[in-house]
Design a binder for this molecule. Sequence first.
Ligand code: GLC
Ligand code: CA
Length: 577
Amino acid sequence: MEPETITAGEPAMAGQAAKKKVVGSAADPLWYKDAIFYELHVKAFADSNNDGIGDFKGLMQKLDYIVDLGATCIWLLPFFPSPLRDDGYDIADYMDVHPSYGTLEDFREFLNEAHERGLQVMIELVVNHTSDQHPWFQAARSAPAGSPEREFYVWSDTDQRYRDARIIFTDTEKSNWSWDSTAQAYYWHRFFSHQPDLNFDNPRVLEEVLKVLRFWLDMGVDALRLDAVPYLVERDGTNCENLAETHVAIKAMRAAVDAEYENRMILAEANQAPANVRPYFGDSDECHMAFHFPLMPRIYMALSQEDRLPITDIAAQTPEIPASCQWGLFLRNHDELTLEMVTGDERDYMYLAYSADPRMRINVGIRRRLAPLMENNRGRIELLNSLLFSFPGTPILYYGDEIGMGDNIYLGDRNGVRTPMQWSGDRNAGFSKANPARLYSPVIMDAIWGFEAINVEAQEADPSSLLNWMRNMIALRKLFRVFGRGTLRFLEPSNRKILAYLREYEDEQVLCVANLSRVWQPVQLDLSGFEGLVPVEMLGYVEFPAIGSGYYPLTLGPYDFLWLELQSPRVGGEQQG
Ligand code: GLC
Ligand code: CA
């Protein structure tokens, strides 16, 4: 089928609702609330031309796998032309595809194929910084100081400005300033020194950003992840994060999305405390979604401490968000498990509990995948996923975690969690037929985590595999809107190894109970207000005893969790209606 072709950078059509572009694939403007995201890098997924690097043609062949898993939205990591010194987050051209991954035409075809299967697609809008190879930077460094070209980036004669801004990549960077000998000035960068920050005080920068946004949304991309969004604007005397001027820029992006497109979404990557993330939703006039960064490490803490407090504590600090907004929830992603949003003591604890080998650490975090973090304990892996699927927000899965893939701590940077997808026991894990030496990254090969032990083909054939369990849980979640849209209320049983919470939406009421401990636990739940209702276990559709007037007793095995739908009793033992 011919993909829809639309000229890039068409002028805004504000106010002309009839002319809004509807090539996005979602029908419901709140689609992201009921979505299941699947995050992947095209290079890591499937290699169609056997050059050792995954590509869009390969990804297209695997779309049915993503559909069968139950995911509804693919989050693509950066695939643009780039020197790849930060896995593509160092962009050299915003409006093209890196030749290793295919062509713009391939991308269009992929988008079309995804949409035909009912999948949405989210891509990256990385506009805090560019690669130093971007033509804007190349022009800026040789343009006269003060000229509009030079002012695309943030320059200074001294490296002493903005000293209250923290360094994010603590392992590699000593300063947020680097000297450019061509410009004879320092340029500002919050990440790697080869990633100069764009200057949002220059109105031409925002204009260019809006062109990029329109280029991809015109094509039909459903959502944009705003990378590193807290750092857009710098001001003296501040930590240069979350500034009012940054929010003005985001509001301009959202206004363009709302004026010109239907049913699209923007998501904030703001690794900040809950109170500082709240403004990224604005008054429903900034981002539709934001990652819940602070919750994630506290899930791991709660599990390791066998105590629900870290979770209930961060939930209590989580502010209400506008009705059309949504949290993005995740257990792991392509970066290190970040520990920036925990206290010093909590960080020490996490390092001790989850990174015995110093190679497992990078910057302020832990560079490991979910299954190794869980010591390959199936009960723990399932428990954490049950929380991911039942907390308020939209779950985001990281490719490979659905089969329990391992990591490779001997690779540099965050590459240990970016190894090729393990499709089968064939050469190169079925990822590529290239000479193994040519792969962009070695596949994982040891006896426990290697592709012969852990791969999609084997798990598809095994009814009790993690993959089949994940498919089942996702299918179950999708039968109920309460998980994506409902309210949350914690119960407070005296046994703190038990985490119990109620999710409620319209006529759906679900009680979730989880045992964070490695041994059996009894619990007495205060379910007053629900007397007479019958808890029905949702996976097996098994009726539990009706809720009476006293405490409701339950007993949970190691890492057990229960999802119980609270139903009205059947009349006379017969099915109602
Ligand atoms: C975001 C990305 C990370 C990247 C950084 C700099 O935090 O998730 O992978 O290195 O931005 O672009
Ligand atoms: Ca290839």
